[in-house]
Write a protein that binds this ligand. Structure first.
Ligand code: EPZ
Length: 424
């Protein structure tokens, strides 16, 4: 298994191009199931999660062509030949549940494995199921699978989410686009990935209004057509690389970066003493001398501070001058990076859904590993600032969501390399 070796202490200077968003692309690809004409996605990221979604769609009968080294994906679904999303794929990636709504809307049938828990929390899919039931789907849960039918087409309805869910909003947005009548989604997620999906569906002929607000209205149409759609910039990759010069010192321009995608995060970064400015091509982030200031962070659904940047922000705050409090409000078990950061000399106390970080003057490199994607990259950020060598194991987590991380960082002067190891 590969690992990443970081030798800390280099200030970073340069430019990093931000890729298309993994989490947007994972919702856009299943939208292709809604039409018998091909959906072309440009600006796609090249990640293992995208390959997993490709395998899932192919298992259902889609033809997926990856052009321009995977930057462009063409997904064609003349017919859905198999309506079962198998456990073997779903267990590898929870976003697999996003094929449920589209298959049900197009053909009135779908069988999808229940994903089960994961490292960051229980993550049930009850909201996806309740929403589809509100649209008239009949659901039967047996043998670890949800068997869903809607023989006479889904019907528009009003559904209020009891809690905000990105994935459930996406599933319902796709299902309602082909339902008969009008659907109103209340307390819907407002993430940029939702707006991106709605834009793509509109290009395919869907009638959607209100995306980006908490009430989305969808007038179902009889059929959707093919379209070409560029995947929105990855705001989590953007935020992660904004933290790189923040933690090491230096100045990095993030090409394609947009402040509106990361506003709450950018505000906290500025409060910590990091400079952010808009440029013709993106965002520039710089920190010259002096220590980071301690700041408090509370994660929340968009437009709040993203849970997917909490681990990376914690890495920065381990070096702050003072005490910071981080509160995780989205997932119940998302502090697994804390004990690993502590192995590098950080002072962190985790208590329930919160963590108190007492800043230290320096971190020391150490062998570390992580159990999820964002935790892994937080250890790389810490390694960039630490004295000596940090070896981050289990890089397959990283490859799910960060494209060519070592190339992007070393182009700015970081000493970082991938070590290929044969399995023992
Ligand atoms: C998406 O997951 C992202 N994944 C996650 O990114 C991200 O952390 C999360 O949204 C929150 O922003 C993708 O887009 C592929 P949710 P999702 O449904 O849709 C609870 C990363 O690192 N909930 O908004 O699964 C749930 O347990 C990943 O890239 C229910 O209770 O998240 C959580 O506490 C990790 N029932 C909260 O809602 C449900 O049916 C928000 O989850 C659904 C969710």
């Amino acid at each position: 298994m590969d690992s990443i070796l970081v030798r800390g202490g280099q200030r970073l200077n340069g430019r990093i191009a931000i890729s298309g968003a993994k989490n947007a692309c994972l919702a856009l690809m299943p939208a292709a199931l809604l039409s018998d004409e091909p959906l072309t996605l440009t600006n796609a990221p090249r990640l293992s999660d995208i390959r997993t979604m490709t395998a899932l769609l192919e298992s259902l009968g889609c033809e997926v062509a990856a052009l321009q080294q995977g930057r462009v994906l063409v997904v064609g679904t003349e017919a859905i030949r198999d309506h079962t999303a198998d456990y073997e794929i779903v267990r590898r990636m929870r976003a697999s549940i996003l094929v449920l709504g589209p298959m049900l809307a197009r053909d009135g049938q779908a069988v999808v494995s229940l994903p089960g828990g994961c490292a960051i929390g229980a993550r049930p899919v009850d909201l996806h199921l309740a929403g589809l039931e509100a649209l008239g789907a009949k659901l039967d849960l047996r043998d670890g699978y949800v068997h869903a039918t809607a023989p006479r087409r889904l019907r528009g309805a009003t559904f209020a989410f009891p809690t905000v869910s990105v994935g459930a909003t996406e599933n319902l947005l796709m299902a309602a686009s082909l339902a008969k009548g009008t659907t109103v989604l209340k307390n819907a997620a407002r993430e940029p990935e939702i707006v991106d999906l709605a834009q793509c569906l509109r290009r395919m002929g869907a009638q959607i209004e209100g995306d980006g607000t908490e009430t989305i209205v969808i007038d179902g149409v009889e059929r959707l057509r093919g379209a070409t759609h560029p995947v929105v910039t990855d705001r989590i990759e953007l935020g992660t690389y904004m933290l790189a010069p923040a933690i090491t010192g230096g100045e990095v321009e993030l090409i394609g970066g947009r402040r509106d995608l990361v506003a709450a995060f950018a505000d906290r970064l500025e409060a910590a003493g990091v400079e952010i400015s808009e440029t013709a091509e993106g965002l520039k982030v710089s920190r010259q001398n002096g220590r980071i200031r301690a700041v408090d962070v509370v994660t929340a659904p968009f437009p709040g501070f993203p849970t997917d940047l909490q681990a990376q922000m914690m890495a920065l705050l381990t070096l702050a001058d003072g005490v910071s409090h981080l509160e995780e409000r989205i997932f119940e078990n998302r502090f697994m990076h804390a004990p690993e950061l502590s192995r590098m000399g950080a002072k962190i106390e985790v208590h329930g859904g919160g963590a108190t970080v007492t800043g230290v003057e320096r971190l020391k490199g150490a062998p570390v590993m992580a159990t999820d994607l964002r935790a892994s990259v937080s250890l790389i950020l810490a390694g960039l600032a630490a004295e000596g060598e940090t070896r981050v194991a289990r890089v397959y987590h990283l490859d799910r969501g960060y494209e060519r991380v070592e190339e992007k960082l070393s182009a700015c002067g970081a000493s970082i390399e991938r070590i290929h190891e044969r399995a023992a």
